[in-house]
Design a protein around this ligand. Sequence first.
Ligand SMILES: [Zn+2]
Length: 240
Amino acid sequence: MTGTIRHVGAPPPAERVLLIGAHPDDPEFFCAGTVARWVAAGTAVHYVVVTSGDKGQPPEWPGDRPFGELREAEQLAAARLLGVQGVTFLRLPDGEVFDTLALRAQLTAEIRRFRPDLVLTHDPLTRLYRQHPDHRAVGAAALAAAFPASQLATFFPEQRAAGLQPHRVRTVLLFGSDRPDTFVDIAPVLERKLAALRCHESQASAFPGGMEQRVRTRAREAGAPAGLEFAEAFLWVDLE
Ligand SMILES: [Zn+2]
């Protein structure tokens, strides 16, 4: 696919990055290389994971054991491996996420709490139609929270009483986009991305033919438009 290229190379400079994903493993699948490079550059990265992926369980999983707990543990291990500062789980039911006012309020609170200059989330309007519906819903709610809700005191004014002040996000990078314009070179950290993805052991069956091969192929395809061997690709959104 050809399109505009806005940025190629290292991740765009940022002091604080908030990654808002739908399920455990979305942060690593879409962004682990970029996150690893940010952490190496001294950027503070925090995750918000909206569901705990409780519907992705294998058929043999015992019914009396909550699957979401295992997925949260896997997510925490992957985040720790990458040097992410922390993970907030909102624990909405997997597969049942909508872009509601309640979710926008929760994400606005997370933005006002962590005060990122850059937010990473799913592209809610991607035309890659084979897409988990939670991805679209989370992307839409996260964008609505980043602009304009988090910056205006008139949105969710009750949060001020809880000590959360309005906050202005400078940039959003959307992942899973069908028209990316920002290409982060992940060749130096590809092994780290694979190691982080291996923490999500319960999802191994989601990669027929092997996770490593799929990740390498995806990273190669993502980098091709920008002349990179391996990349993660994003659509850049300016909010100011
Ligand atoms: Zn997902």
